[in-house]
Write a protein that binds this ligand. Structure first.
Ligand code: T4K
Length: 371
């Protein structure tokens, strides 16, 4: 057994010496935060790289999501998926909004649009879908429902950095999208996030909200929050951006390696690669089916015994957490979500993962006799 643990992910860190000039610039300017020059440069660079009109940087993805809901003055009930990280529903709860859970499509693992209408009530004001693992939701079907019932759509796009469909960035859909730049993400600023906005006016409103609602020295227009990204985080983002194409290529290579090697393994299902202009290969989920020789949890334990830390994203479901399980929408109609959450296992994927490490993971999955 190898001594080196293999985690589900590991952040990509460029050589340290590449970061020093950025730090020297910050030291010289003494500008540490509050929309400094690094922050401005990163917003501009990201708009260009992602192909989006406006972006407002945040100190993390959760605060971005909270603020997106505030910016659109969302209240009452919001329809969302239980198959996500808890931050999705927590952002609603922290805004005094009730999350209403709707089941997922077992093929995409995203909210199933055909089940949304039945969950709409007089209190529903918005839909909060998640592009789970960076795989796009059925954005057209969701928008059609939103238009019909006059609902807002806020995408939790935490996993969707750089994903493009045939029309451009997946982040352009809905009223707003919130993204995460956490250390575990494809593109990271240690901690960080952003809201993608359609126009300058919306961005200005969001900028006010993320700075305590302050407009100038004597004017406060809203009960805002401190959501600002610091200069060090923004500088790290600028450096990451220089390496992002290589990072995405390396992830693609690993995705292909797993996909091809596991194709013939009975009981192991991979998600269908989506027909995208550009994917980000942010996660590599497998479904451990009943005809596999071990249960999902036994495979998880076996990998752990071999120092391989796969993760059961997203098990348990958000709707199973003590905070949510009393709600009506948590207790029925989530059959697909429950089944998937009991089968899913995310395998390690990150640029520095070596071919021999991938081979070791694959051979453990394919042949437990090797253990
Ligand atoms: N919406 C969705 C759909 C999300 O998935 C998330 C976050 C959010 C919203 C909120 O965005 P943020 O507020 O976080 O920006 C991780 C992340 O903390 C979280 O950002 C992410 N989703 C979630 C899916 O995964 P954990 O509790 O699994 O992280 P942790 O600390 O166990 O890290 C996983 C592995 O990564 C570790 O075993 C080792 C490796 N790692 C981790 C860190 C933090 C490193 O090698 N270096 C590191 O610095 O939640």
């Amino acid at each position: 057994m190898s001594d080196k643990p293999i985690y589900v992910t590991e952040p990509f860190l460029p050589p340290l010496e590449e970061f020093i000039p950025y730090l020297e610039e910050i030291w010289a300017s003494k500008r540490l935060t509050n929309n400094g020059p690094m922050h401005e440069r990163l917003e501009e660079a990201l708009c260009e790289y992602l192909g989006v009109p406006e972006i407002a940087l945040f100190n993390n993805g959760t605060i971005a999501l909270l603020t997106a809901l505030q910016a659109l003055r969302i209240t009452g009930e919001v329809i969302t998926t239980p198959f996500s990280f808890v931050a999705t529903a927590h952002a609603l709860t922290w805004n005094g909004i009730t999350p209403v859970f709707v089941d997922i499509d077992p093929n995409t693992l995203n909210i199933d649009p055909s089940k949304i209408e039945a969950a709409i009530t007089a209190r529903t004001t918005a839909i909060l879908p998640v592009h789970c693992y960076g795989n796009p939701c059925d954005v057209e079907a969701i928008q059609e429902i939103a238009n019909k019932y006059n609902l807002k759509v806020i995408y939790d796009a935490a996993h969707a950095f750089g994903v493009k469909d045939q029309g451009g960035s997946i982040l352009r859909h809905g009223d707003l999208s919130a993204i995460s730049f956490h250390a575990t993400k494809v593109f990271n600023t240690f901690e960080g996030g952003a809201i993608i906005c359609p126009d300058k006016k919306t961005k200005q409103h969001i900028n006010n909200l993320k700075n305590f609602g302050i407009v100038n020295e004597v004017t406060v227009v809203a009960a805002g929050i401190n959501g600002k990204m610091s200069e060090v985080n923004a500088a790290f983002g600028l450096l990451q951006l220089q390496h992002i194409d290589q990072v995405l290529n390396d992830r693609k290579t690993i995705d292909t390696h797993y996909r091809e090697s596991l194709r013939e393994t009975p009981g192991i299902k991979t998600l269908q690669p989506t027909d995208l202009e550009k994917h980000n290969f942010s996660y590599f989920p497998i479904l451990v089916e009943d005809d596999y020789s071990l249960s999902r949890d036994d495979l998880y334990a076996l990998l752990r015994k071999n120092n391989i830390y796969s993760r059961r994203y997203f098990y348990p479901l958000i709707s199973e957490a003590s905070t949510y399980r009393q709600q009506t929408s948590a207790s029925n109609g989530l059959k697909q979500s429950l089944q998937i959450s009991e089968k899913v296992l995310c395998l390690p994927i990150y640029p520095q993962l070596h071919t021999d490490e991938i081979e070791r993971i694959i051979s453990l999955i394919r042949n437990q006799k090797n253990v």
